[in-house]
Design a binder for this molecule. Structure first.
Ligand code: ADP
Ligand code: ZN
Ligand code: ZN
Length: 727
């Protein structure tokens, strides 16, 4: 019987650690995937995960310590998830113990207990409501909601629709008007689906014919073409097979309607995973999904680490979205892991987008993914017309051109809605002294701070530092610092002057940070209570507003000259997503683009030929320059308080790599200062590694990383595999 446990613990080392099983614990009670408490170093006790059992070790048995305790009697982490995390640890070259720390609910790694609760729903009790019951407005609303769900509705779903749901539920339960019930039989009812058009039907049939095998597909259709309806009807068949679904979406707070639509459609238990869950909620959802008590998980990036009893399909909506890539610690791409996981499980995976990433389009072209196209909007809306406004011919300081103004007025006259896009929040990106030319800068990042008028503060949009400001120049005491340029707040202010009667809504991360704020705004828009929407890229994410007929792009220029190899792709996606908000069934939409560079080829190309033509040509450029998907990248980043330290560290690392690795296998670029040179007080530098062979790249990295020069406390370094930018 093996009596040595290989334990993974959350420390920054690439190895696992061997421990002895004390004599009083039977080897039969130890399995891979359970947690143990182990002594580490002089006095620490850590929670680790058993990843192997053996009777051999390189370490003399006399030096091995015994574990302190077993925390689980059966494996906490299913084999499949355990192996997925091990795979990610190898692929991203990130220590396994720390990868567990990222992927698992934090309360598990603190050694908390792990019973999954029953999944319950609330429903009306048999008791009749009468005039004796004096109900508050909230209580009445809740009763009305429950009346729509005779089978009961989950608390989390109620919370989606009602403020202070917890208190109201308890008060009504006390009155005996409602009861909580364990979910038993579900899924018996056939939900009301929409009648699919032929492209949708084809998409559903194609995926459903391959439900029991690895079947990756790219569902390529503009916003409003009916992708979500396709997901819903495929999931119906997955439910009928008694299997679970994982749906990844970029940001839940921004797309509350998607979740609501799922809840309305199905009786099965649905849970939502996002960053605002409490530790307890997160743990319970994790356990309930693992035990098969939840049928559908809808979640952001981290939901890819949810364990399932019987996962039947993974869907990644808006697959091009950068939020699927984690930008710290374990720098994983949830979209890419979805593919790997589906392959290991032998199930279908759908990547959906109106503007697929070049990588996914290329994979589809190569035949690695099925390319399923939904060509038109479900309601047969027309494609919008475009008008370019050359801002060089405008008066300075008037960010809204006469043409745009006139068109806004025309829309307002016809009671149609206008959407104005500007990719910057706050009031102005620069606050300057008109006398001595002092400019407000973040001392830690050496970039200009954005002036926010609403809160009278300066924000650094890099490191989030905020100061209050009083508009007096700190250098020459001039009494009136001057905001230059514009963000959402200023555009809102200008519009209010031009159109005093109009109801203007500002939609950016400042105005939507409060819980429910986004759903409140969307409800207002859909109820026709708003006339003009001013917003950042948040507005481009998945929403389709029926009554918007005019989209104005206030300034696109920043995106045209991005420094990064993916700038053009990102700009094309954003531009296409934003302009896709215009138009509806009866009336052709109009997109007005304001720019100082009306002849910029990228802009012209996008407008004349559309996203897919752009993508096609840009792929050719990527091939010529040997950037992904025509090569594989990894970037070693280093940060230090003194600029030269980071560069020196990378230079030493490069020499080490040169010695270890054949030039043919991996191209080593010279270390350079990062385009964003400084962040939070640290200078940044990077070393780019590039290879046409993924396997060889990874083999080289495995040899090289353990040999990196020791960096001490002066340098913080990290490796980013498949980086989504080199900034
Ligand atoms: P996407 O996810 O591609 O943006 P949706 O599935 O949300 O598209 O569909 C957009 C709109 O069209 C929704 O209001 C939806 O209810 C409607 N819709 C989708 N499919 C159909 C259909 N087959 N018949 C009628 N309306 C549909
Ligand atoms: Zn001054
Ligand atoms: Zn800063």
């Amino acid at each position: 019987m093996p009596t040595i446990l290989q334990v993974s613990i959350p420390v920054a080392l690439y190895t696992s650690f061997d421990y002895l099983l004390p004599a009083h614990i039977s080897p039969a009670s130890v399995q891979i995937g359970i947690r143990v408490k182990v002594p580490f170093g002089a006095s620490r006790k850590l929670v680790g995960i058993v990843i192997g059992l053996t009777d051999k070790t390189n370490i003399p048995t006399s030096k091995l310590k015994p574990i302190s305790a077993l925390l689980d009697s059966s494996p906490l982490i299913p084999q499949e998830l355990l192996q997925l995390i091990q795979w990610a640890s190898r692929y991203y070259h990130y220590p396994l113990g720390m990868a567990f720390d990222v992927a698992l609910p934090s309360s598990l790694m603190q050694g908390k207990n792990t019973q999954s609760d029953a999944v319950t729903v609330w429903r009306l009790a048999e008791m009749e409501l009468n005039s004796q019951h004096k109900l508050t407005e909230q209580q009445q609303k809740l009763i009305q909601l429950l009346q729509q769900y005779p089978q009961g509705i989950a608390k989390s779903a109620i919370e989606n629709q009602l403020k202070n749901a917890g208190i109201t539920l308890r008060s009504l339960e006390k009155k005996g008007l409602i009861i909580q019930e364990e979910v038993g039989q579900y899924g018996s009812e056939q939900p009301q689906h929409l009648r699919l058009n032929s492209a949708q039907k084809q998409a559903v049939n194609q995926v459903c014919a391959h439900l029991n095998q690895f079947y990756p597909s790219l569902l390529d259709g503009v916003t409003g073409s009916g992708k979500t309806e396709v997901y819903l009807q495929i999931i119906q068949q997955v439910i009928e097979q008694n299997k679970q679904t994982l749906l990844l979406i970029p940001e839940i707070n921004l797309t509350p309607q998607t979740v609501a639509r799922f809840r309305q459609r199905y009786q099965v238990p649905i849970a939502v995973i996002h960053s605002k869950l409490s530790m307890q909620e997160r743990l319970q959802t994790w356990l309930q999904a693992r035990d098969g008590k939840i049928s559908i998980i809808i979640g952001t990036r981290s939901a890819i680490w949810t364990p399932f009893l019987k996962l039947g399909i993974i869907i990644v909506d808006e697959e091009h979205d950068d939020s699927y890539k984690q930008q710290n610690s374990l720098r994983y791409s949830a979209r890419n892991i979805a593919i790997v996981r589906a392959q290991k499980l032998n199930i279908p995976v759908i990547l959906g987008s109106a503007t697929p990433s070049l990588e996914s389009l290329y994979n589809a072209k190569q035949g690695r993914y099925q390319h399923i196209v939904l060509p038109e909007r479900a309601g047969v809306a027309l494609h919008p017309a475009f008008k370019i406004i050359n801002m060089q011919h405008q008066q300075a300081n008037y960010p809204i051109s006469q043409v745009l103004q006139n068109n806004i007025q025309a829309c307002l006259d016809q009671q149609q809605q206008v959407l104005l896009f500007i990719n910057r929040r706050g009031y102005a990106p620069i606050l300057q002294c008109p006398s001595c030319e002092w400019v407000a800068q973040c001392t830690d990042c050496e970039i200009n701070m954005t002036y926010h008028k609403m809160t009278q503060t300066l924000h650094c949009h890099h490191c989030n530092k905020q100061y209050s400001v009083d508009l007096i120049c700190p250098q020459c005491q001039h009494p009136q610092l001057k905001p230059l340029g514009q963000g959402t707040e200023r555009i809102e202010e200008i519009l209010q002057q031009y159109f005093p009667e109009a109801c203007i809504l500002r939609i950016d991360s400042d105005s939507t940070s409060r819980k429910h704020a986004m759903s409140d705004l969307i409800n207002k828009i859909n109820a026709g209570e708003a006339d003009i929407l001013v917003g950042t890229q948040i507005l481009a994410k998945g929403h389709h507003f029926e009554n918007v007929t005019l989209v104005g792009v206030i300034n696109i220029d920043g995106g045209l000259f991005g420094a990064d190899y993916r700038s053009a792709e990102q700009m094309a996606q954003l531009f296409t997503q934003v302009s896709g908000r215009a138009g509806r069934v009866e009336k052709k939409g109009l997109v007005i683009v304001q720019t100082f560079f009306p002849d910029h080829p990228l802009l012209k190309h996008l407008i004349q030929k559309g996203y897919h033509a752009f993508a096609h040509e840009h792929l050719i450029e990527r091939e010529l320059t040997a950037y992904p998907p025509f090569s594989y990248l990894a970037v070693l980043r280093a940060e230090s308080a003194i600029k030269e330290d980071a560069l020196h560290f990378l230079e030493m690392a490069r020499l080490e790599a040169k010695y270890l690795i054949d030039d043919e296998v991996m191209q080593l670029h010279a270390p350079i200062e990062a385009p964003i040179q400084k962040r939070v007080g640290k200078y940044r530098a990077q070393l780019l590694l590039q290879s046409s062979n993924r396997t060889l790249l990874h083999e080289s990295l495995s040899q090289w990383l353990p040999k990196l020069p020791s960096s001490g406390k002066k340098i913080h370094w990290s490796l980013d595999v498949d980086p989504i930018d080199l900034l």
